[in-house]
Ligand binder design. Structure first.
Ligand SMILES: [Zn+2]
Length: 1023
């Protein structure tokens, strides 16, 4: 070992330079961590592979400024020098240094640390007059040369730098060691790695900006992680997720605290964060740490309707003061892809145009403007673009980001639908060829056939059972079929539910399975002859269950009925059944009688099952209202309001029954690792609005149990106004918690209960073609059947922990789907009204019911269109809306007073009162927005019911008009999409039967989302 001296210039904490002289020992043997090593280095742990084209050695500047790029997993063969790592520690601090150390440890990243300053031949003594930077460069270059020589020239070495002088100085010194810029490196070696290129250009821009930026601080520094952790432990700080108020995004946000992380018992579950200084660069969704402000600075949330319009100093009416705090640090960023709109040319000119920095406005109100450095500002104006946030410095009012891709022109339907999907993190790429290959082979030359060996393993129901399906018109992917028959001379009944046996075709862990799992939705067709069946043997009189059989079957579906046809048969009316048209009349009559009888028995059984659940307290809530009608090619022919028919409820009831019994079976067999679905009882405080509102009309709503709630809702009927009950049910729905998947081992059994359905256990089994959860449940049921037969399951079951994680994932995806569904409904509503002149078109004037009172107006529901919106009674200029003697509305200066169940406006004209549940007449207008989603706005026309709402008008009239309009627009969008993408060829009958749909069109995608977002099959009895 040789002793030498190393001279360093360090920066002290006050910014002064300190000269440090250290004793330094160098040695001959320092591990190289390369598998090509010829010198028997002591290469413990991770080594660089030998089959690369080169190793890359980044210089100090690159490691310090471009570490993010070096973190990209695709990059291979990176050698980090000790010199560069130490520089990171000095320049960037411990946090980034730790990130670098983790990177070096992580086996998924192909990089190693070379202790170059301890290696006798790579270490350089610092020359007199040489700057620290020059010396560091020499050290790194020397390390690169050492590698080339140490590996006997078998591996080329590339040193990368951002300094042109270094390239000029070093690039021709040594053959086999190349010195090039980062950009050149990425272009030459990683031209396909788009993420790296984007990151590079965005970091470059950010660095340039930083140089030119004034260093005045806009925000206070975030505290180091250790301080935050200690503060949370001691109870000084509170940890939680930041939630920005959509309507007052600039000023109002709150932190939902998690569990019992705070010791301050005075706190509710929420801390208010007011203003951008206190928000301190946190973005909606981030996991943050807050410190409470002194009590004197606590405030309340604003409860008026608009965005800060009414808050003149001192005049704002605030709700109760609540704990208010300031964000001191961020534990975890929750940044995702954001859709933004680029400003118009005129408005960019006022921005600092020379620096090419553009302030873009996110679609989501809750996200701050994002600064993008780009050369394409002109080309992108009026476009919606996907961007990512890179950083948010304390010296900047806005975060910096880079653009990822362009979606299209704002306002075009396809762009808007894409926007909704991206904003909700829903990515649905078509299934790949590799995935399709996993499906059963089927071609005209070699059609897929039922395998006789497989048939033998299944119970054959083809001859013994009359099996039929009942679905919406045009429904292609039938996954549920039913059967019913009489046994033992009429003493017993056998009810059967048969679900497509999808897991027969999709094996666990296959590409298709993984993809379906990621989406939490499946979407393909399986052969319907293979089924998973449940057969209940019931007493014909009491309908008590004698026996249940579970198993794999082979079936033949005799009839593919749609709801309307089935109901017509049940009603004893004349109907054409397509499957019977070829028969002669006596044969036809016999078959028809047989089918009708089966439907009647089914209805009888379903009524009984429903009555049983009603006894237990099952709820009837407001569900999904519009349904798409598809033709054979899966084009939308109409969006129809669901006409509730009894047959809908009958089919739904059978499915609920099957799901319940499967839940029982898998839970009993696997008490700690079965996937079930529960619906936790709602929190009582959420019922306040419902209870108070009902009280104002003299009704008592008892919320102590689902049964009490259900019964009191049934009682709360105003014979004069059927809408009242509907609105109360809507409020009850609002108060509900979400139904969620869980693993049986994760919670105690008393929490398995499904509140809405009033069932002790429930799961999803009946829609494996659409929902991934059902696939998991099918596998569990198969395993349970094997256990019952004394066999061990074919594959090891997922553990409780794995299942619990999966449940969380699917729950998250479901929430996203619900959000997307809501946004798309609003989009279609706005499209319908946008094309109309609200002042001349009679479609825009409608009856509405007040369902909530706010400080400066009311919220109203328009039954004709199923639309909700705000009705302002006070303008931003402070004028109020009064209704004169003649019924005309006028804006006048005056005042507004809010009471619990009504609101009054007073002006020279007089006083007008607006009471909860009263009918008013409104004009529906669209409030257009360039950057955000359009919204429906309601203007008061009069405080009496709309005159044309007479008994003669069917309530679905306006709705079906809206629906036709939406269909027209959706078809237009589909056509556009077809022209853009090469459209899939029409599927043959066989393909339809065996293959998955490869590229669903945008509208189908939304339908798919709708499917996924159903609160539960049961809530929309019509779905
Ligand atoms: Zn070696």
């Amino acid at each position: 070992m040789i002793k030498t001296e190393k001279v360093l210039h360090l920066k002290s904490s006050r910014g002064r330079k300190v000269r440090v002289v250290r004793e330094h020992y160098v040695r001959e043997r320092v591990p190289c961590y390369s598998s090509l090593c010829q010198a028997d280095c002591d290469n413990d742990g991770k080594v660089l592979p030998g089959d690369l084209t080169h190793y890359v050695v980044p210089d100090v500047g690159v490691v310090v400024d471009y570490q993010e790029i070096l973190e990209i997993r695709e990059l291979q063969g990176i050698v980090f020098t000790q010199t560069a790592c130490q520089a990171v520690h000095h320049c960037k601090g411990r946090r980034q240094y730790n990130r670098l150390r983790n990177l070096l440890k992580d086996p998924r990243h192909d990089c190693v640390l070379f202790a170059n300053e301890f290696q006798e031949f790579s270490f350089c003594l610092r020359d007199n007059g040489e700057s620290q930077e020059q010396w560091q460069t020499r050290c790194v270059y020397s390390a690169a040369v050492w590698y080339y020589n140490h590996l006997a020239g078998m591996m080329d070495v590339v040193m990368i730098t951002e300094d042109q002088d270094i390239i000029a100085q070093y690039s021709n010194l040594h053959s086999g060691v190349y010195v090039i810029s980062v950009q050149e490196y990425l272009q030459n070696f990683w031209s396909e790695l788009q993420a790296a290129h984007e990151l590079y250009s965005s970091i470059c821009h950010a660095l340039q900006e930083k140089e030119s930026e004034c260093t005045e601080r806009e925000f206070s520094d975030h505290l180091p992680a250790e301080v935050l952790e200690a503060g949370i432990k001691s109870g000084r700080y509170i940890q939680g997720t930041l939630n920005v108020n959509k309507h007052r995004a600039q000023t109002e946000a709150s932190v939902r605290t998690e569990g019992l992380s705070n010791k301050n018992t005075e706190l509710s579950s929420e801390v208010l964060v007011y203003g951008s200084k206190n928000r301190n660069r946190a973005v909606h969704g981030d996991m943050v740490v807050v410190e409470l402000l002194p009590k004197s600075e606590w405030r309340g949330k604003v409860s008026s309707l608009t965005k800060g319009q009414l808050e003149k100093n001192g005049e704002d009416i605030q709700s109760k003061r609540m704990p208010t705090g300031s964000i001191v640090g961020i534990l975890q960023r929750n940044w995702r892809d954001y859709v933004v709109t680029f400003p118009t040319r005129e408005s960019t000119q006022s921005q600092s145009r020379n620096s090419q920095r553009i302030l873009t406005v996110p679609w989501d109100y809750r996200i701050p403007k994002i600064r993008i450095s780009t050369q394409q500002a002109d080309a992108l104006q009026d476009h919606r673009v996907v961007v990512r946030i890179d950083s948010w410095e304390g010296t900047s009012l806005y975060p910096n980001g880079h653009n990822v891709r362009v979606l299209g022109r704002a306002g075009e339907l396809e762009t808007e639908i894409q926007t909704i999907l991206i904003e909700n993190c829903i990515h649905v790429p078509p299934f790949s060829d590799a995935q399709l290959k996993e499906m059963p082979l089927n071609s005209p030359e070699k059609p897929w056939k039922v395998d006789p060996a497989r048939v033998a393993e299944r119970r054959d129901l083809r001859e013994s059972h009359l099996v039929f399906s009942i679905d919406p018109v045009g429904c292609e992917d039938v996954d549920d079929t039913l059967s019913v028959r009489s046994l033992a001379g009429g003493k017993l009944l056998e009810l059967g539910v048969h679900i497509a046996d999808v897991t027969h075709f999709v094996s666990e862990g296959s590409l298709t399975d993984l993809e379906a799992q990621a989406r939490a939705t499946t979407y393909y067709l399986a052969d319907r002859r293979y089924a998973m069946s449940l057969l209940w043997e019931l007493d014909a009189q009491t309908l008590a269950v004698n026996n249940v059989w579970y198993g794999r079957t082979i079936i033949r579906s005799s009839y593919q009925l749609h709801y309307e046809l089935a109901q017509t048969l049940l009603n004893g009316e004349q109907a054409e059944v397509p499957e019977l048209t070829q028969l002669n009349s006596s044969e036809r009559d016999a078959k028809l009688a047989q089918l009708t009888q089966a439907l009647e028995i089914l209805t009888h059984v379903a009524r009984h099952l429903r009555a049983q659940r009603d006894q237990g307290g099952a709820l009837e809530l407001e569900g999904v209202e519009v349904h798409a009608q598809l033709d054979n090619e899966k084009n939308i022919t109409a969006l129809v309001p669901c006409q509730p028919l009894e047959i809908h409820e009958t089919v739904a009831e059978c499915m609920i029954y099957a799901n319940h019994w499967v839940a029982r079976k898998i839970q009993e067999t696997f008490p700690h690792q079965a996937l079930l679905r529960h619906h936790p009882p709602p929190r009582q405080e959420f019922f306040t609005l419902l209870v108070d509102s009902a009280k104002s009309r003299g009704f008592t709503i008892d919320t102590r149990s689902n049964k009490a709630l259900s019964e009191s809702l049934d009682q709360a009927v105003d014979l004069q106004d059927p809408l009242l009950n509907r609105l109360l049910r809507m409020m009850a729905t609002q108060a509900m918690s979400q139904a969620l998947y869980f693993s049986t081992g994760a919670i105690s059994q008393d929490q398995y209960y499904h509140y809405g359905l009033a069932l002790d256990r429930y799961t999803h089994f009946t829609s494996p073609i659409r929902r991934y959860a059902d696939m998991v449940v099918h596998r569990l049921l198969t395993a349970a059947i094997a256990v019952e037969k004394g066999q061990s399951p074919a594959k090891a079951l997922a553990t409780n922990k794995e299942l619990d994680e999966l449940a969380h994932h699917i729950n998250k995806k479901n929430r996203a789907a619900q959000q997307a569904q809501k946004a798309s409904t609003e989009l279609f509503q706005c499209l319908y009204f946008k094309e109309r002149d609200p002042h001349t078109d009679q479609c825009c004037v409608a009856d509405a019911v007040i369902y909530a009172i706010r400080d400066n107006g009311v919220l109203a529901f328009v039954p004709l269109y199923g639309t909700k919106g705000p009705v302002y009674l006070k303008s931003r200029e402070g004028q109020v809306l009064s209704v004169g003697q003649d019924g005309r509305c006028e804006w006048q200066s005056g005042s507004v007073r809010r009471y619990s169940d009504h609101i009054t406006t007073t002006s020279l004209i007089g006083t007008t009162t607006f009471t909860l549940f009263n009918h008013i007449t409104v004009r529906i207008c669209v409030q257009s927005s360039r950057c955000h989603p359009d919204s429906v706005n309601l203007e008061l026309v009069g405080n009496r019911p709309h005159l044309s709402t007479t008994l003669h008008q069917t309530p679905s009239h306006g709705r079906s008009q809206l629906v036709q309009e939406v269909v027209r627009l959706a078809e237009g969008a589909t056509q556009q999409a077809q022209e853009k993408a090469s459209w899939r060829p029409e599927l043959s009958k066989e393909e339809q039967e065996f293959c998955q749909s490869k590229s669903p069109n945008l509208y189908l995608l939304l339908e798919e989302i709708r499917e996924l977002s159903l609160m539960d099959l049961e809530y929309a009895a019509t779905a």
